[in-house]
Design a protein around this ligand. Structure first.
Ligand SMILES: [Zn+2]
Length: 154
Protein backbone atom coordinates (compact mmCIF):
# COMPACT_ATOMS: atom_id res chain seq x y z
CA UNK A 1 0.00 0.00 0.00
CA UNK A 2 2.34 2.73 -1.22
CA UNK A 3 1.88 6.32 -2.17
CA UNK A 4 1.47 5.40 -5.82
CA UNK A 5 -1.68 3.72 -4.70
CA UNK A 6 -4.77 4.23 -6.78
CA UNK A 7 -7.21 6.84 -5.65
CA UNK A 8 -10.27 5.84 -3.74
CA UNK A 9 -13.52 5.86 -5.60
CA UNK A 10 -15.04 4.42 -8.66
CA UNK A 11 -13.31 4.82 -11.93
CA UNK A 12 -14.50 6.66 -14.95
CA UNK A 13 -12.36 4.11 -16.80
CA UNK A 14 -12.61 6.14 -19.93
CA UNK A 15 -10.45 5.45 -22.87
CA UNK A 16 -10.18 2.87 -25.50
CA UNK A 17 -8.38 -0.42 -25.45
CA UNK A 18 -4.74 0.16 -26.07
CA UNK A 19 -1.23 -0.75 -25.07
CA UNK A 20 0.89 1.38 -22.84
CA UNK A 21 4.62 1.33 -22.44
CA UNK A 22 5.54 1.88 -18.84
CA UNK A 23 8.47 3.95 -17.68
CA UNK A 24 10.42 0.81 -16.92
CA UNK A 25 10.13 -0.23 -20.54
CA UNK A 26 7.79 -3.11 -19.97
CA UNK A 27 4.78 -3.32 -22.19
CA UNK A 28 1.57 -3.26 -20.26
CA UNK A 29 -1.87 -3.81 -21.55
CA UNK A 30 -4.63 -1.64 -20.24
CA UNK A 31 -8.18 -2.57 -21.01
CA UNK A 32 -11.36 -1.17 -19.60
CA UNK A 33 -13.33 -3.62 -17.48
CA UNK A 34 -16.06 -5.40 -19.49
CA UNK A 35 -14.53 -4.36 -22.81
CA UNK A 36 -14.17 -6.98 -25.52
CA UNK A 37 -11.15 -9.22 -25.04
CA UNK A 38 -8.70 -9.16 -27.92
CA UNK A 39 -5.37 -9.83 -26.31
CA UNK A 40 -3.25 -12.93 -26.72
CA UNK A 41 -4.81 -16.21 -27.60
CA UNK A 42 -8.30 -14.84 -27.59
CA UNK A 43 -11.46 -16.43 -26.33
CA UNK A 44 -14.49 -15.73 -28.50
CA UNK A 45 -16.85 -13.27 -26.81
CA UNK A 46 -14.69 -12.95 -23.72
CA UNK A 47 -14.54 -9.64 -21.88
CA UNK A 48 -11.67 -8.04 -20.02
CA UNK A 49 -11.53 -7.83 -16.26
CA UNK A 50 -8.69 -6.47 -14.16
CA UNK A 51 -6.37 -5.18 -16.88
CA UNK A 52 -5.39 -2.13 -14.86
CA UNK A 53 -2.84 0.34 -16.14
CA UNK A 54 -0.58 2.93 -14.62
CA UNK A 55 -2.00 5.68 -16.77
CA UNK A 56 -5.45 4.79 -15.63
CA UNK A 57 -5.07 4.33 -11.91
CA UNK A 58 -8.75 4.76 -11.24
CA UNK A 59 -10.72 1.65 -10.61
CA UNK A 60 -13.53 0.27 -8.53
CA UNK A 61 -12.37 -0.39 -5.01
CA UNK A 62 -13.75 -2.44 -2.17
CA UNK A 63 -13.40 -5.63 -0.21
CA UNK A 64 -13.81 -8.83 -2.17
CA UNK A 65 -15.28 -11.67 -0.07
CA UNK A 66 -12.50 -13.95 1.18
CA UNK A 67 -13.94 -17.07 -0.44
CA UNK A 68 -13.82 -15.33 -3.82
CA UNK A 69 -10.21 -14.29 -3.25
CA UNK A 70 -9.38 -17.92 -2.50
CA UNK A 71 -11.06 -19.00 -5.72
CA UNK A 72 -9.08 -16.44 -7.69
CA UNK A 73 -5.89 -17.80 -6.12
CA UNK A 74 -6.80 -21.33 -7.14
CA UNK A 75 -7.34 -20.12 -10.70
CA UNK A 76 -3.97 -18.37 -10.63
CA UNK A 77 -2.32 -21.63 -9.58
CA UNK A 78 -3.70 -23.25 -12.71
CA UNK A 79 -3.79 -20.46 -15.28
CA UNK A 80 -5.34 -20.86 -18.71
CA UNK A 81 -2.20 -19.81 -20.52
CA UNK A 82 0.93 -17.77 -20.34
CA UNK A 83 0.93 -14.24 -21.67
CA UNK A 84 3.40 -12.86 -24.15
CA UNK A 85 6.10 -11.33 -22.03
CA UNK A 86 5.92 -10.31 -18.45
CA UNK A 87 3.58 -7.79 -16.89
CA UNK A 88 4.38 -6.07 -13.67
CA UNK A 89 2.07 -4.28 -11.28
CA UNK A 90 1.81 -0.67 -12.41
CA UNK A 91 1.15 0.52 -8.85
CA UNK A 92 4.08 -1.09 -7.04
CA UNK A 93 7.68 0.22 -7.14
CA UNK A 94 9.65 -0.80 -10.24
CA UNK A 95 11.58 -3.99 -9.87
CA UNK A 96 9.23 -5.46 -7.34
CA UNK A 97 7.55 -8.58 -8.64
CA UNK A 98 4.02 -9.27 -7.52
CA UNK A 99 3.67 -12.50 -5.59
CA UNK A 100 0.88 -14.20 -3.72
CA UNK A 101 0.91 -16.94 -1.17
CA UNK A 102 -1.37 -19.88 -1.83
CA UNK A 103 -1.08 -22.38 0.99
CA UNK A 104 2.60 -23.25 1.22
CA UNK A 105 3.34 -21.97 -2.27
CA UNK A 106 4.53 -18.55 -3.35
CA UNK A 107 3.38 -17.74 -6.83
CA UNK A 108 5.00 -15.05 -8.99
CA UNK A 109 2.36 -13.22 -10.98
CA UNK A 110 2.53 -11.31 -14.22
CA UNK A 111 2.94 -13.84 -16.98
CA UNK A 112 -0.34 -15.73 -17.12
CA UNK A 113 -4.04 -15.22 -17.67
CA UNK A 114 -7.00 -16.70 -15.90
CA UNK A 115 -10.52 -17.25 -17.15
CA UNK A 116 -13.76 -17.07 -15.20
CA UNK A 117 -16.92 -18.43 -16.76
CA UNK A 118 -20.48 -17.82 -15.64
CA UNK A 119 -23.30 -20.38 -15.53
CA UNK A 120 -24.61 -18.81 -18.73
CA UNK A 121 -21.32 -19.20 -20.53
CA UNK A 122 -20.14 -15.62 -20.21
CA UNK A 123 -16.34 -15.62 -20.23
CA UNK A 124 -14.10 -13.16 -18.40
CA UNK A 125 -10.41 -12.99 -19.08
CA UNK A 126 -7.96 -11.49 -16.58
CA UNK A 127 -4.24 -11.22 -15.99
CA UNK A 128 -3.24 -13.33 -13.00
CA UNK A 129 -2.11 -10.01 -11.49
CA UNK A 130 -5.79 -9.51 -10.70
CA UNK A 131 -5.19 -11.45 -7.47
CA UNK A 132 -2.49 -8.97 -6.47
CA UNK A 133 -4.68 -6.01 -7.43
CA UNK A 134 -7.43 -7.35 -5.23
CA UNK A 135 -5.16 -8.15 -2.27
CA UNK A 136 -2.82 -5.19 -2.31
CA UNK A 137 -4.68 -2.43 -4.12
CA UNK A 138 -8.27 -3.12 -3.09
CA UNK A 139 -9.41 -3.57 -6.65
CA UNK A 140 -12.99 -4.82 -6.75
CA UNK A 141 -14.08 -6.31 -10.08
CA UNK A 142 -17.59 -5.59 -11.41
CA UNK A 143 -20.56 -7.52 -9.96
CA UNK A 144 -21.12 -9.84 -12.97
CA UNK A 145 -17.57 -11.11 -12.61
CA UNK A 146 -17.98 -11.65 -8.87
CA UNK A 147 -21.22 -13.57 -9.45
CA UNK A 148 -19.61 -15.74 -12.09
CA UNK A 149 -16.62 -16.43 -9.87
CA UNK A 150 -18.92 -17.26 -6.96
CA UNK A 151 -20.82 -19.83 -8.97
CA UNK A 152 -17.73 -21.54 -10.37
CA UNK A 153 -16.94 -25.00 -9.01
CA UNK A 154 -13.26 -24.62 -8.28
ZN1 LIG B 1 1.00 -3.76 -6.86
Amino acid sequence: MGTAHAKIGTSPLVGIDHFETAKVGVTLAYYRDMSAYRYGNGVPNAVNIGWLGWRNPFFRRGQMPEELVEKLKRLALNPEWKTRGYHRCPFCPPGKRATIRVGAKVLILGSAEIVVESDLGKVYDSPDLIVHYVEKHSYLPPPPFLEALGSMKI
